[in-house]
Design a protein. Structure first.
Length: 278
């Protein structure tokens, strides 16, 4: 078992993105320094029309990434979403990238700090520009991962962003995040995150929930899931809606407010410049 480094490790260096095989896995990045980081591709990103990037939250690191028994278990969640997309696919080519590409905070206190998200956002932006230029990209952040996504949106190449159980996204609205794509938000009725303090002072706090009226997010139905880490429950309306959004099937997404205007699918943005070098 790979073990994590000490919490006193210095800030990580920028990740080097390139697709390669490692112990039977398809990796886009791997770094054992500090707590360790790993970016794994499930499916073929090189040929995918639709790519989902999963961004996990607190208490995830290289030492527990391969443990399927943990509540957050981002690798298992990625596989569940990939399987769900396959179940509704109409021949589209798709892939899921599990992005544990930042030094995640540990516990509630560190989870209230913006520093880890700010550092991670830079590498997340670079990943979105490393991925094939003609693919539609969907970011899915869970918990603190939604803060990382929020801080990356202004510069990332992202068509859709899905926020699961968000403590805030680092801004007061979609416009404040300087994001021109579609923002979707899910929060289960039993998720304790609804009690998370919504203030913001300097580098502490993440601002209002994206569910707040006027924020600019479309609220999506989760179905009867429990707690804070059940959004990827196999067979749930929550994970089915994520798959629908990721495949651009907006008309099939179930909403908490069915009168909400569902955005039209946007064509993938093709960049004129070359991919940002890793």
């Amino acid at each position: 078992m790979i073990t994590a480094g000490p919490r006193t490790a210095p800030s990580p260096t920028p990740l080097h993105y390139e697709e390669r095989e490692w112990n039977g896995l398809r990796l886009l990045a791997y770094d054992e320094t500090g707590d360790g980081r790993i970016v794994e591709a499930l499916g073929d990103v090189a040929t995918a029309d639709h790519i989902v990037v999963l961004v996990p939250g607190n208490d995830n690191y290289l030492g527990n990434y391969f443990d399927p028994s943990r509540a957050t278990r981002p690798r298992v969640n990625g596989a569940t979403l990939l399987r769900t997309m396959g179940g509704i696919s109409r021949g589209e080519r798709f892939a899921v990238v599990v992005w544990l590409g930042y030094d995640t905070p540990r516990g509630f206190f560190e989870g209230a700090m913006r520093g880890p998200a700010r550092e991670g956002a830079r590498d997340l932006v670079r990943l979105t520009r490393f991925l094939p230029r003609d693919a539609r990209i969907t970011l899915i952040g869970h918990s603190y991962g939604t803060v990382v996504c929020g801080l990356a949106l202004a510069d990332a190449r992202v068509d859709d962003c899905i926020a699961l159980g968000s403590p805030g996204m680092g801004g007061s609205s979609v416009a404040d995040l300087r994001y021109g794509g579609n923002l979707w938000a899910l929060q289960g009725e039993e998720d304790w995150i609804r009690f998370f303090p919504r203030g913001r002072l300097g580098d502490i706090g993440h601002g209002p929930t994206p569910l707040r009226p006027g924020f600019g997010a479309v609220r999506v139905e989760t179905g009867p899931i429990s707690g804070h880490c059940a959004y990827y429950t196999d067979g749930s309306e929550s994970v089915r809606n994520m798959a629908r959004i990721a495949l651009g099937r907006y008309d099939e997404v179930t909403l908490v407010d069915p009168l909400t205007r569902i955005p039209l699918p946007r064509p993938a943005v093709v960049l004129s410049e070359e991919r940002i070098p890793s």
